[in-house]
Write a protein that binds this ligand. Structure first.
Ligand code: PLP
Length: 396
């Protein structure tokens, strides 16, 4: 009989020629357990997803209760489904008043595609500006806004009227004009390797967008739900977006995403044409129930208040290590930079061998990603950091 590994390589589509191919049979809290019974600390939260750890009991319970009631009923938007209604009420209660209307989808790419369509429809303009080194997803809309020619060129032609500027560069904001429907921007550039911009930049962005009637879409797919030490990344960066996009940490491990705007902006989807943006599974009731439970855990357990201290522990730990070239942190989204991808890869491999999962960033392969569940106990965090130190020492 073929093993799971053999079947995986034969029948499950691959995204690289050398996938990690860890065979995980169970996950709970901060841990993953493989087929051999080996335990790993997930120090990247499945790439900023498991913000409250894996299989949180409150999330599992919410899923169970919802499966006792109903699964899919109808394409999104037609029926009143309480998991969606309750979730929309909860999320909007955590946002500024104007971000009051939620369109549920299934993923971050879809959220960004939906937000791009919404901005074009509402403004009647076509131009979309995004930033170099930004990752917004892999569907055609999100890909057109990606800040990497290398990732885009193989799939050309992409959508017209997408332009890139440099993140954090005030002079480049002049490219935003009365032709620009929206700027799609991450409050913290995640896949670029954790880059932030100063408050002057965000003020200038906001002013320029006001002058030109351009909407600001904040891609919160990776920064949302406490990752930066605020509930949303725009609070961390300190600006007010017109639309935000969410996914990843939103579902407590279940697939769900959303884009959120004012009722006025969102109403532009209701006519010309009617049903101009629809989805079958967006806001699936089981995912929506899981998401509400996840957000309640973040809020009720006050997880966000623990982020700054843990972030500091990580930064202080690595700054002392000679092989480390730089540390960039936005809450529990941290990049540890080495001299090269080769060094970083050796360390990441040694960490995995020693039972700690880290990773690199899509557009910054010489930096190691550290983004643990927000509720990781400090003792476990310190132990994991020691394991990384041992791994670094082992490659010298
Ligand atoms: N936006 C950002 C900032 C992301 O980091 C990602 C995924 O890594 C996406 C969008 C795309 O999300 P998804 O993979 O759910 O489509």
């Amino acid at each position: 009989m073929l093993t799971q590994r053999e079947l995986f390589f034969s029948h499950v589509a691959q995204t690289s020629v050398e996938p990690l191919a860890l065979e995980i049979v169970e996950a709970s809290g901060i841990n993953l357990i493989d087929i051999h019974g080996k335990k790993y600390v997930d120090l990247i939260s499945g790439i900023s997803v498991s913000n409250i750890g894996h299989r949180h009991p409150k999330v599992v319970e919410a899923i169970r209760l919802q499966t006792d009631k109903y699964l899919h009923l109808m394409v999104y938007g037609e029926y009143i489904q309480s998991p969606q209604v309750n979730l929309a009420k909860k999320i909007t209660s955590l946002l500024p008043d104007h971000l009051s209307n939620v369109f549920f989808v299934n993923s971050g790419s879809e959220a960004n595609d939906g937000a791009i369509k919404l901005a074009r429809k509402f403004t009647g303009r076509s131009q979309i500006i995004s930033c170099n080194n930004a990752y917004h997803g892999s569907t055609f809309g999100a890909l057109s806004a990606m800040g990497s020619e290398e990732y885009k060129r193989w799939f050309a032609p992409l959508l017209p009227d997408f332009h890139s500027i440099n993140f954090g560069n005030i002079d480049d904001l002049q490219f935003i004009s009365s032709k620009t429907a929206a700027i799609l921007i991450e409050p913290v550039q995640a896949e670029a390797g954790v880059y932030t911009a100063n408050s002057e930049y965000w003020k200038a962005l906001q002013t320029r967008c006001k002058e030109t009637g351009t909407l600001i879409i904040a891609d919160e797919v990776q920064t949302g739900f406490g990752r930066t030490g605020k509930m949303f990344g725009f609070e961390y960066a300190q600006f007010l977006p017109d639309i935000i996009t969410l996914a990843k940490g939103m579902g407590g491990g279940m697939p769900i995403g959303a884009f959120i705007s004012s009722k006025e902006i969102m109403m532009s989807f209701t006519d010309q044409p009617v049903l101009g943006h629809i989805t079958t599974f967006g806001g699936h009731p089981v995912s929506a129930a899981a998401s509400l439970a996840c957000i309640e855990v973040i809020v009720n357990d006050d997880l966000i208040s623990t982020v700054a201290r843990k972030s500091e522990i990580i930064s202080n730990f690595f700054i002392e290590i000679p092989l480390v070239r730089a540390v960039r942190a936005a809450g529990l989204l941290v990049a540890i930079e080495f001299d090269s991808f080769e060094t970083n890869k050796k360390i990441i491999d040694a960490c995995i061998k020693n039972g700690v999962i880290t990773d690199w960033f899509l557009f910054c392969s010489k930096s190691m990603r550290i983004a643990p569940p927000l509720n990781i106990p400090e003792d476990d965090l310190l132990k994991a950091l020691q394991t990384i130190k041992i791994s670094i020492d082992s490659i010298k």
